[in-house]
Design a protein around this ligand. Structure first.
Ligand SMILES: Cc1ncc(COP(=O)(O)O)c(C=O)c1O
Length: 362
């Protein structure tokens, strides 16, 4: 068996895992990072090749063309948009600039919110959603004394989705209590109609994080952005490190936004693949599958004695990487997360899972 490692902090460490197993990354199928199974839009290589001549200059530090095109795409104004080196850069920039005394995280959630709040010296509190509610926000979030609240829609790692109306109500309640809200919509492109971007002008305390990583299949490019009130965007832009978004990343983003056909195909393909994968996995004894609106599924192992770490190790032996989700605050060693990939990959994982669960139950 591969050595038991401490639980990885993130999925997608394909290079580290391949090295550890003495295999090449190409021999592994990665279900631990949730990236569009169609990959990136087909026009991307040509757009990057064309932009290469520009790398002799510093990038446009204001990302002017990309912001204009994002504004047109979302029906917003360019001064409501700040581009970053992945949304992760902006997750850190926000608390560092806003200096909250106390942050609240709706959990389970992406681990960087916690680290970013801590790095900015904020006290961190948690609001836990429950497995029994499918990790949706059943209870209104009480911000208490928190001045900055992080939450995600669809939620990560569960994939639970709040409707636009539910999210409007949640943000209104938090704003009325004086809190600013960072709404992470890293996976909303799969259900764009649920984005709170349409409410931005009416919600001055709302900040929306978006990412090119997941939907456009670009984790290695590093490109994300924030949608927020122009005054806040200007304040953040003034302290953001210069040139954090490369010329190639800006060109990649512009190429992605041009390909509407890719967007439609991605939504349809992922929805169909997820529904099929959900049915396959739900049929396995010893596993509970949570409903998801995104390109991943959260699973709870109900087979006695089998932990997330065991399951991950046994699947690694078969060349399949899944995310041990036990280190998300609010989850335990019974949880794993798997990406929705192409049906042939999903079939392979479903068959391997069936085998491992059968062995473990024997
Ligand atoms: C919920 C969520 N938000 C944000 C990110 C960061 O994405 P990026 O920095 O690649 O835009 C991730 C990455 O895993 C994520 O899962």
């Amino acid at each position: 068996m591969p050595p038991a490692r401490t639980v990885p902090e993130h999925g997608g460490d394909i290079y580290g895992i391949a090295r550890e197993l003495g295999r090449s990354p190409g021999e592994l199928v990665d279900f631990s990072a949730s990236i569009n199974p169609l990959g990136f839009p087909p026009g991307l290589p040509a757009a990057l090749a064309a932009a290469l001549a520009e790398v002799v200059h510093y990038p446009d530090r204001r990302c002017t063309a990309l912001r204009e095109e994002l504004a047109a795409y979302h029906g917003l104004s360019p001064d409501e948009i700040l581009v970053g080196n992945g949304s992760t850069e902006l997750i850190y920039l926000l608390p560092r600039t806003l200096r909250p005394r106390r942050g609240l995280i709706v959990a389970p959630a992406f681990s960087e919110y916690h680290k970013a709040l801590q790095a900015a010296g904020a006290e961190v509190h948690w609001h836990y959603t429950a497995a029994a509610d499918g990790f949706t926000l059943r209870e209104p979030v009480d911000p208490g004394e928190a001045d900055l609240v992080f939450l995600a829609n669809p939620a990560s790692p569960s994939g639970a989705l709040l409707s636009l109306q539910e999210m409007v109500a949640a943000v209104r309640r938090l704003s009325a209590r004086g809190a600013r809200v960072v709404l992470d919509e890293a996976f909303i492109d799969f259900v764009e109609e649920a984005s709170l971007k349409t409410e931005l002008a009416r919600m001055p305390r709302l900040m929306i994080l978006r990412s090119f990583t997941k939907f456009f299949g670009l984790p290695g490019i590093r490109l994300g952005y924030l949608l927020a009130a122009p005054e806040l965007v200007a304040r953040l832009a003034a302290v953001q490190e210069p040139w954090s978004v490369s010329t190639l990343a800006q060109a990649a983003g512009r190429a992605c936004l041009k390909d509407r056909d890719f967007m439609v195909r991605s939504r349809e393909m992922v929805r169909a693949a997820r529904e099929r994968f959900f049915r396959q996995l739900s049929a396995l004894p010893g596993l509970q599958v949570f409903p998801s609106a995104a390109n991943y599924l959260l699973l709870r192992i109900t087979t006695p004695g089998l932990t997330a770490a065991d399951l991950r190790r046994r699947l690694l032996l078969r060349g399949l990487i899944i995310r041990d989700a036990s280190n998300f605050p609010g989850l335990d060693e019974g949880f794993v997360r798997v990406a929705v990939r192409r049906p042939e990959d999903n079939d392979r994982l479903a068959a391997a899972l069936a085998e491992v669960l059968r062995e473990a139950a024997a």
